[in-house]
Design a protein. Structure first.
Length: 209
């Protein structure tokens, strides 16, 4: 539960729609060959680093709104990725999913250790879509209740809402990042939405709105 959750409104779509991140089976296979080359010779990791540095940086920046922190954590992500590369095996998902998983652990660990305010970057279009999933009322009062309900979420649940609505990731990509099935990603997301709706109803009753 995030008593110190900060909502940051933005019009900058730092992460593009899921269609821009679709990875074909051929591309994943070619990338797996790159990973294998890097496992044999760490110098070969450079091409993977250059390809994914910016997306991973943006992922971290969306959750911190701090360029220096995002850069520091991004460096840690790629250092750990390089250190663990020998244990990496192809699981039929893009290599980027593994990097995002490391990044998610890094940003979560930072907030646990530093006990600082957790940032959620809310893009207006994503907020509109989130409201539509829960209810039809787009009034300012209802949107405020929705954002307040986000503070009741656990870290893992909040991350799913971020990825689905504010980063516009497909259920398949969310599943790849979290290491679960696409069906499970859908079920988890809609259960989170139901819990949020319940919190909104309770808060509305308590406030007399």
């Amino acid at each position: 539960m995030f008593s110190n959750l900060q909502i940051s409104h933005t019009t900058d779509k730092a992460v593009q729609g899921s269609s821009d991140r679709t990875v074909s089976a051929e591309a994943m296979h070619a990338e797996w060959l790159e990973v294998q080359a890097a496992q044999r010779d760490p110098v070969m990791f450079r091409s993977l680093y250059e390809r994914y540095y910016e997306p991973v940086f943006r992922y971290l920046y969306n959750r911190s709104q701090d360029e220096d922190l995002a850069a520091d954590l991004c460096a840690q992500v790629f250092l750990k990725a390089l250190q663990r590369l020998g244990d990496y095996t192809f699981q039929g998902v893009p290599f980027s999913a593994w990097l995002y998983r490391i990044a998610a652990n890094e940003i979560a660990g930072h907030y646990r250790q530093a006990q600082k305010t957790r940032i959620v970057s809310v893009e207006e279009g994503g907020l509109h879509a989130l409201v539509d999933e829960i209810e039809e009322d787009h009034s300012e009062a209802r949107r405020t209740l929705l954002l307040t309900a986000m503070q009741s979420l656990k870290e893992a649940d909040l991350a799913m809402i971020e990825m689905r609505f504010f980063e516009q990731r497909s259920f398949k990509e969310i599943a790849d990042i979290l290491g679960i099935t696409e069906s499970n990603a859908k079920v988890k997301t809609y259960r989170i939405l139901e819990r949020m709706k319940g919190v909104m109803i309770n808060n509305q009753t308590a406030s007399g709105l």
